[in-house]
Design a protein around this ligand. Sequence first.
Ligand code: TYD
Length: 208
Amino acid sequence: MKGKFIVFEGCEGAGKSTQMRLLSEYLKEKGVAHVVTREPGGGEISEAIRKIILNGKFTEMTDECEALLYAAARVQHLADTVEPALRRGDTVLCDRYIFSSYAYQGYGRGLDMRFLRDINRYAAEHFMPDVTLFLDIPPVRAFERKHGADENDRIEQAGAEFHEKVYRGYLRLAEEYGDAFVAVDCSGTKYETNGNILSILRCRGLIA
Ligand code: TYD
């Protein structure tokens, strides 16, 4: 694959959208062709699956069903958005990817990691990101920033304890994956965080 695949991860309200926008502006200035996309979603079918997964009315959805729907949306999104872009040589900036499944469905819901690795094998074997940037902000602070949880969003409604487990899961993933999953210091302003991200990407030769 010719293009670079850069993934953003973090708890709700960690500032992923802002950081993706700042990086996209930087790439635009430098004339780097790129695609900004998100999971679950990014294409027509995956966006339809997203509406089912996040629907606040579906309180009886099992954790396994949830995990399988995320994996299904992922495979479709890879086929219709990510793979074509990488083949063209574009850089792909993706809001969330398999590490969200490991953190939310694995560490958060408590599903077996082997099950999650199995259902995500296609993504993990064929489309591992060049780097995953984890915006490291504890969920309590992140929710404060976004003024509380969205009452129509099933995952945001999962409660503080759930989001704390997700955060701790992310920290474990950072230890486990080393260089491929980097915790970004977000303690400064959004521009300082953007600066941290640019240096990480430059160090790895992912941007000029
Ligand atoms: P979204 O509104 O995009 O949240 P955010 O703006 O915080 O990224 O909704 C995506 C939700 O789906 C978010 O709560 C995280 C969750 N999620 C999982 O639980 N597992 C996954 O594999 C993915 C991709 C997302």
